[in-house]
Design a binder for this molecule. Structure first.
Ligand code: 5GP
Ligand code: ZN
Length: 113
């Protein structure tokens, strides 16, 4: 499939890997917007958070847990960080494979737009 995040999950496109298990993989964003900018994805291709159904809810919980653990490993748990999921065109989603952004390591701006 012609999906860049599937290719990273499959190891077809090499990347540094911060975490992986059977269902989830985490890697650095190619254009970081903060000193720490990690992408956490399900290994299976889910187009967006809008495509999550009831049986996937634990997957989202596990993705958040992975993000929290990476924040802890990188020493920013106490300083704070931001978790973001963009959804669809007006939500600013550019890569059509569900992903959670972990941003931190600097003072992030207030506001969301
Ligand atoms: P979105 O706007 O879809 O929420 O965010 C997509 C993110 O994926 C962007 O921050 C962008 O920099 C990142 N990205 C796009 N292409 C690649 C890639 O090939 N490798 C990695 N590691 N990140 C990518
Ligand atoms: Zn994909």
């Amino acid at each position: 499939m012609d999906c860049i995040f599937c290719q990273i999950a499959d190891g077809k496109v090499p990347s540094e890997i911060f975490y992986q298990d059977k269902e989830i993989i985490a890697f650095p964003d190619i254009h970081p917007l903060a000193p720490i900018h990690v992408i956490i994805i399900p290994k299976k291709h889910v187009p967006s958070i809008a495509h999550i159904n009831e049986k996937d809810l634990s997957l989202i919980g596990r993705m958040v847990n992975v993000a929290n653990q990476i924040a802890e490993n990188k020493g920013i748990s106490d300083r704070g960080y931001r978790l973001v999921i963009n959804c669809g065109k007006e939500g600013g989603q550019m890569v059509p494979h569900l992903h959670l952004h972990l941003l931190g390591g600097k003072q992030l701006a207030n506001g969301l737009t």
